[in-house]
Write a protein that binds this ligand. Structure first.
Ligand code: CDP
Ligand code: CDP
Length: 227
């Protein structure tokens, strides 16, 4: 099935987990746009570039070749030939990425890349913060995933504990809330539900339930499109 699916929402809503499974089920590519903002942030830190210097960040983006390479258990993120899949998932990058994402010119460049990455024959599942509103305004189906702050923070906390985190749950709540605030209040394409996106509150839903709901709606929309 060739279909373009946009998934947006705040941190911990389940976007990437659900997007990956939907992509596998429908056998279409998955593009993790958050990984692109994380890659630029990682590269800026490596190159001692200030996260507030928009011009320097734009020049950096021009020199960043970001590739998604299929792999198990997840696709690999490769920047200029170097695999950085795990390196971009640290809490340091998580704490800084939203600052990089505030710059309009950085966004413009990355959005252009994201649009070019879409395979119009196969279709795509793309997740992020501005997919339905800016990157794929004409997507066949758009979803805005959300969940209560406490549930989203709990999901993040559980993930961090598995990685050895021994800090407080309350700190994770603050961290998630801060990132949401930055994403929702920035001037350049803030996190916002597209008018034509389907709102899915996943607070009380298991991953599989969300996946099934998304696939059901995608199939229905496709059957309507075919007439
Ligand atoms: O997976 P998680 O919710 O932690 O975040 P992510 O999807 O990896 O995105 C990290 C950050 O990149 C977000 O908090 C946003 O600041 C930024 N981002 C964005 O501004 N626009 C996108 N399309 C994707 C991510
Ligand atoms: O990409 P985003 O930040 O929106 O969230 P995620 O990284 O896909 O999900 C964060 C964590 O919550 C993952 O460990 C998921 O397995 C978990 N999750 C869940 O338990 N139930 C859901 N309905 C969605 C996600």
């Amino acid at each position: 099935m060739s279909i373009q699916i946009a998934i947006d929402g705040p941190a911990g809503a389940g976007k990437s987990t659900v997007a990956k499974r939907v992509a596998t089920r429908l056998a279409i590519p998955y593009i993790d746009t958050g990984a692109m903002y994380r890659s630029v942030t990682w590269s800026a830190l490596q190159n001692n570039i200030s996260l507030y210097d928009e011009q320097a960040l734009v020049a950096l983006v021009d020199n960043c070749d970001i590739q998604f390479i299929p792999g198990e258990p997840e696709q690999k993120v490769v920047l200029n030939g170097q695999e950085i899949t795990t390196a971009i998932r640290t809490s340091d990058i998580g704490a800084l990425v939203s600052t990089v994402a505030t710059h309009a010119l950085v966004r413009e460049k990355l959005v252009q890349r994201q649009q070019q990455m879409v395979n119009t024959t196969l279709g795509v599942v793309m997740d992020g913060r501005d997919i339905g509103t800016h990157v794929l305004p004409l997507a066949d189906v758009k979803f805005f995933l959300t969940a209560s702050l406490h549930m989203r923070a709990k999901r993040r906390f559980d993930e961090l504990v598995l990685k050895g985190y021994s800090g407080l749950y309350e700190d994770v709540v603050c961290f998630v809330a801060k990132r949401d605030e930055l994403d929702e209040t920035r001037e350049a394409s803030p996190l916002k539900k597209a008018d034509d996106a389907v709102l899915l509150d996943t607070t009380a839903l298991a991953i599989d339930e969300v996946v099934e709901m998304i696939i059901a709606l995608c199939k229905y929309r496709q059957s309507q499109k075919r007439g």
